[in-house]
Design a protein around this ligand. Sequence first.
Ligand code: HEC
Length: 136
Amino acid sequence: MVDSRMATVLASMVVFSAAAYAEDTPGIAIPPAIQSEVKALGCDACHGWERTKFGPSWQNVADRYRNQATYVYKGFNINSVGEKLPLVQGLVTKISKGGKGEWNEYIPMAPNDPNGVHAKEITDIVNFILSVPPKK
Ligand code: HEC
């Protein structure tokens, strides 16, 4: 009796952990260079492709900005008028210098590259995020 209940509990734990570690990938192949840039810059601590973590999933980012040409960068002052930039440049600025208020009120994204040392890698990542197709 106890044994079979234990087995049920164990079985459900296996199912749960399988779900927790399921592949978190967009609907297109991630180029290896993008994968290693994301890891090297530590973006994956807060972002998944499909999974929302501290920050939005990049699938949701792709869906939100698809067909948009510009991005208004407001930094940490969500009540400011902000600076209207071309989309890719705007998102790169947000990631590099940080900011908040676009996805949630309380959790900001800290600056990831305040001195612009990794501008190329971050631009590559943004271009790839924006190329992710709608989820089927
Ligand atoms: C410490 C956690 C953390 C790290 C590390 C992090 N982010 Fe974020 N990111 C966030 C949060 C939180 C938000 C949502 C901010 C908001 O609501 O405006 C966000 C937002 C974003 C957005 C959407 C911006 C917008 O205004 O719509 C993109 C794109 C993004 N991050 C990419 C990246 C990339 C690329 C990296 C690595 C260079 C990175 N993030 C590293 C937490 C993080």
